[in-house]
Structures are given as structure tokens and as C-alpha cells.
Design a protein around this ligand. Sequence first.
Ligand SMILES: [Zn+2]
Length: 299
Amino acid sequence: MRIKPVMLALSATLFLLPILAQDSKISYKSTELAPGLYMLEGQGGFAGGNVGLSTGEDGVVLIDDGLPPLTGTLLAAIGKLTEDPVKFVINTHVHGDHVGGNEALGTLGAVILAHDNLRLRMVADGMTTADGKAPAPKAALPVLTFSDSVTFHLNGRRAFVFHVEHAHTDGDAVIHFLDDNIIHVGDVMFNGLFPFIDLDSGGSVEGYIAAQKRILALADEQTKIIPGHGPLASRKDLQTAVDMLQGAHDRVRRLVDAGQSEEAILAANPLEDYHDDWNWGFITTERMTRTLYRALTEK
Ligand SMILES: [Zn+2]
């Protein structure tokens, strides 16, 4: 398994955003996946989810925009790749480490697009901040929302944006660059890490597995998959992730069906042999087990 110390630091930052997010050591590494199409990954600390970027003659399209204190850092990284302003922002889901730059970018004139439910949640629940939740400022709200799918025709490529139901949240968007065989899946994939499945925001384990299988069906051996967190992924990586989650789900279900309590299941540690490869500070083996238990027993 890779870079555990980094992952532990990353997990801690989810609770200590103001400290590490302002770490001046944070920068973005950009990888060109196709001409004018990039993946941007934060380095040196937790910078939020992986960002996608389409540049070209028709303007800049950004997929997710990280944490609020780092918007300047993100814009500087984008500025090294294009001189054009960000025209569109696509939000993959409502979490603060993916929509943190919305207010600044909306104020700068970017048009923000997201699934209907993301906007509803942002209006109803506000946005995640270092201190909890705060009302979302108008500039941070998506001005375009969609229910099922929408397609961008910009920069000589199609970006097919589609909704997967009740997966990581209830407002997830997946972006498929049809002409490039590249898919930004947001937090429907944590590459090499136990996934966070936000049951409190409309996510579900079965929906998460179904969404991953739907993406698998779109992918081939050459497909480049941008996960919400972790390094650039292949179809094989996604297959491994689905197999793990399905296996973990089945193991916990067997114990639930046998009438075991949550604490008894934790003591039995059914995910033990996944631990070395998938455990990390934010979603530990224990937390993954508890999530699976809760998802199976709350129905
Ligand atoms: Zn998320």
C-alpha cells in the first residue's frame, strides 16, 4: 500500500482544515491526460478533492474547486496552463473539499453547474466550513442544475455529465469526456482507500457499488479515471475497488443476517484482510465496518 503517512495527515486535516489548508507548502501538480485536459492534485498537504480542467478555444471548464483558503493557489496553478478565466465550474458533489472555491469563482463570473440535489442541499444545509456549517453565499450556488444528464460541447470535446443515484451523496455527478476516454468520477471512487459513503447526505452503499459498476461498464483498458481522492486510476483499479466494497458488504451482511450486533461484528473484524491495503485515517477499517453495518440495518 502507498504513502500511509500522507494519508494519515490527510485524514487529520478533514478536522483541522484551517491549519493545514493555509499551509504555504501546498501546491498543485498538473498532469495532462489529453491535449488541453488536465488532472490537478494537491501536494504538500490536504488540498481537497482532485480537480479536472478542460482548456481550449472555447474557455476553461473546471471540475471541482477544492478548499476555500486554497482558491488562490488553485487559480495560480490553472494560470500556468491557460491565461483564460474559468468559464464553467462543474461540482461533482456538495462536500466542502470539492465546492470550496465556488464563492470566489462565482464572484469572478464562472457559471456553476451541479446536480439538482447538490443545490438543494447547499441552500438547505449551507456549506461546510472549518467551524461546521454556514449559509451558502449566493455566489457559491450553482446557477445551472440538471436531473439526469447534460453535455458540454466545448474545446473540441464532449463532456457528458451524468447523475448516479444515492452513491457518495444524493447529488453526485460523473463527467465522461467521451472523445478522450477520460472519466472524472468525483468521490464515487477513493483510489486505494476505503471510501467515504455519506449516508447522512443521501449516499448509500448499494448505490455506490451500482455507480462504480456503471462507470466500469463505460471504461476499457485505456480509460483514465480521475478519482475524488488518490492517484489517477485505471479500470483495473476501479474493478479492484468495487470487488473490495462488494466483498466487505457481503461479509458484514452475513454477520448482520446471523443476528450479530454492531459491537460483535466489530470484534469479529470481517474486513481484517482488507485493512493493510485500504485503511486510512479518515475511513478506518472500523469506520468502514460501522458504515456497512448502519447501511444494512437502517433499511
Ligand atoms: Zn466527498
